[in-house]
Design a protein around this ligand. Structure first.
Ligand SMILES: Cc1cc2nc3c(=O)[nH]c(=O)nc-3n(C[C@H](O)[C@H](O)[C@H](O)COP(=O)(O)OP(=O)(O)OC[C@H]3O[C@@H](n4cnc5c(N)ncnc54)[C@H](O)[C@@H]3O)c2cc1C
Length: 642
């Protein structure tokens, strides 16, 4: 049952957003002088994330009357935050001096550039409109509210927890510091690892090398639990072989042991076992919220096995849409631009959160049952990266990041302030897949591990492209300019309008000069300026191994198609900071543990803010499943708290 208070809280949330919009658009007295335009409607376009953003702007002789975004291909839930807010701010403020929406900056800039073009066409004074400052918003009144469960962070883990806690009958308030929900989850490649008998029945048995399974079974056990799990895997694999199954072997036990070994046995096997035993439930739960996955699994970079589930909707929008649809239907408030600053403790128990609202006002949310920290990682916090890094030469500003701007490790600081123990903080994951200009994953042309190779500037392969992420990134750092080319063919892009995992078609990427396309390997080599003979040999050697399906000179074992069908494509990539494996220590109920090993009553954490699951290296595709599995556990635990 949701109380009147919750309804009031929704009102507060909405009021806060509206207040931000209106107050944000108040003008300074000096800015009210009327501009002069040639009245009429003008159109222009500028490049956004997904191609051209087309706007039409109507002017009277004195005012910008309306700004409309007529056409765009920006990703729902990502770029459209800018499309919803920037036009209104331009009109209300009669200005081009509008802040970009954090996390949607490319879309924001595209709208502003296109409107600027229209102002020029209308004979307006662009410089004056750009100089026209918007007055700071008046400070709104302080707010105090109460809910059963208060969640900090509206990314994947926070929203999964919110839905679950609400499904369990609790009232919930979610606080989100950014102007939009989704965090890293919404911009992610969205691959979700789980053993899944139905989907993996469609993968060929040979997609999973037997040697990998035998090595996991034969490894010297680190604990009794480890030995038990090895024996369990042996039993499962023998049963699979005895059944003569044609599909790919997999199980939560194999997933757990790959996660454990893939993280150098640094992770907590108890947490890992609990997690892999619930990933398939997570898929089914998402499907119950109307989220759809494709019928087959693939191997996302660094996943080591063909168990990555691919959502039908682009990027991580499918997850966030499923959650927000549920939350808005059930009127669960999500307070945007509200930054948690402190977990309130009373008699050793977490009883609420103190936050700062959009206008600098104080927001206090009391929690009757529990507080869940779900603030994500710290890949965008250079100071924290440098403070905790032990394994990379440097993680200063010279290394970019794939993350959204809000990934600044706030939850780790909030947890530490109330005594939470931290684990694995030194383990920071880099990917070899960053865009050379921005470090983001956009423009990454790989579709899955099996069908592409990496070559350096000499056109030579240099690493097992199915290896762990740290192995591949370390190898990339050794190459000239720490830059490589991803090379693949028509098998990955049957048509020009086939999209990558980041909602971009290959034709768009080629047109934008972010990928190269040629009819022969030699012509591709000429375009990307690598020696043609080397590239041809790299491809021929790879193709021979696809036929042989044996371990190649770099140790590669994952193959599907040869690279032998035009058109051929290449895209450049560099190292980039991607994920922080360390964080707040939790148990299998997602209760936060303090430095003396005791549970901090009323305090829970889930998602990338926690440590202990991934060990020294996270397997690709394991984080999204973490947000769902542990977000749900945190929501259930908090809702059940007395
Ligand atoms: C480009 C990219 C691609 C990826 N692809 C994959 C993939 O294919 N598969 C996979 O498994 N993993 C992938 N990952 C990793 C995965 O997306 C993240 O680990 C995961 O989404 C983190 O979820 P989360 O809920 O813990 O944090 P987030 O989704 O980042 O959400 C945390 C939220 O908390 C908010 N917040 C932070 N501090 C505060 C505060 N003080 N007050 C209020 N709110 C706050 C943030 O603004 C954010 O909205 C990818 C990551 C990136 C960046």
């Amino acid at each position: 049952m949701q109380s009147k208070k919750r309804i009031k809280a929704i009102g507060v949330a909405v009021a806060l957003i509206v207040a931000t919009l209106l107050a944000g658009c108040a003008q300074t007295p000096a800015a009210t002088a009327k501009a002069a335009f040639k009245a009429g409607t003008y159109t222009a376009s500028a490049k956004g994330m997904g191609g051209d953003v087309k706007v039409s702007v109507t002017f009277s002789a004195t005012d910008i009357v309306s700004v409309k975004v007529d056409q765009h291909n920006e990703t729902p839930g990502v770029g459209d935050a800018a499309i919803k807010t920037i036009p209104g701010k331009i009109v209300q403020g009669q200005t081009l001096n509008v802040d970009v929406v954090a996390g949607a900056s490319i879309s924001s800039k595209a709208i502003l550039a296109a409107v600027e073009e229209c102002v020029k066409k209308a004979g307006g004074d662009v410089a004056a409109l750009k100089a026209k400052k918007i007055a700071a918003a008046a400070k709104a009144a302080d707010v105090t509210e109460t809910a059963d469960v208060v969640i900090i962070g509206a990314g994947g883990a926070g929203l999964a927890a919110a839905v679950t806690a609400h499904q369990a009958g609790s009232s919930v308030i979610v606080l989100e510091k950014m102007p939009k929900v989704g965090g890293n989850t919404i911009i992610s490649g969205a691959a979700y690892n789980s053993a899944d008998p139905a989907r993996q029945a469609l993968s060929p048995a040979e997609a999973g090398p037997e040697a990998t399974i035998q090595a996991l079974i034969a490894a010297k056990p680190a604990s009794d639990l480890h030995a038990q799990m090895q024996a369990q895997l042996k039993k499962e694999y023998e049963a699979y072989k005895a059944a003569g199954s044609k599909g790919l072997f997999d199980s939560p036990t194999l997933h757990a042991l790959q996660t454990y070994e893939g993280g150098d046995r640094v992770g907590d096997l108890v947490l890992i076992k609990n997690y892999t035993s619930k990933t398939l439930d997570g898929v089914k739960w998402l499907e119950s919220l109307n989220m759809k996955f494709t019928d087959t699994c693939f191997t996302v970079l660094g996943a080591l096995w063909q168990r990555s589930h691919k959502p039908v909707k682009p990027l991580g929008t499918g997850y966030i849409e499923a959650y927000t649809t549920y939350l808005s239907a059930n009127k669960v408030p999500v307070m945007l631009e509200t930054t948690a600053k402190k977990v309130i403790m009373k008699n050793g128990r977490a009883v609420g959160v103190e936050a700062v609202g959009p206008t600098g006002n104080k927001i206090t949310i009391n929690a009757k049952k529990g507080v869940i920290i779900a603030t994500g990682g710290f890949s965008k916090n250079i100071e924290m990266r440098q403070k905790y890094n032990k394994h990379w030469k440097t993680l200063d500003t010279s290394i970019m990041s794939t993350n959204h701007p809000g990934a600044t490790g706030d939850g780790i600081v909030l947890g530490e302030a109330v005594g939470a123990d931290l684990v694995g903080m030194e383990w920071i994951q880099l990917l070899p897949m960053g865009d050379p200009q921005t470090g983001s994953l956009s423009g990454n042309i790989e579709q899955g591990v099996e069908d592409r190779i990496f070559v350096n500037k000499q056109g030579n392969r240099f690493v097992d492209e199915g290896a762990r992420r740290d192995v591949m990134t370390n190898a990339l750092f050794q190459q000239e300019g720490a830059t490589m080319w991803v090379v693949l063919d028509k098998h990955s892009y049957p048509t020009g309008d086939t999209k990558n995992n980041f909602n971009e078609t290959i034709d768009e990427l080629v047109a934008a000069g972010r990928a190269y396309k040629a009819d022969t390997i030699e012509a591709l080599a000429a375009q990307i300026k690598v020696p043609a003979a080397n590239l041809a040999k790299a491809v021929a050697d790879f193709n021979a191994n696809v036929d042989a399906k044996t371990k190649d000179a770099f140790g590669r074992t994952l193959y599907s198609h040869k690279i032998d069908t035009a058109p051929y494509y290449a895209g450049a990539r560099v190292p980039t900071v991607h994920h922080t494996m360390g964080g707040v220590k939790v148990n299998t109920d997602c209760q936060v543990i303090d430095k003396s090993g005791k549970i901090i009553a009323g305090l829970y954490a889930a998602g990338e803010v926690t440590g202990g699951l991934h060990g020294s290296n996270r397997l690709g595709g394991n984080a999204l499943a973490d947000t769902v599995v542990n977000g749900r556990i945190a929501g259930t635990s908090a809702a059940a708290a007395k």
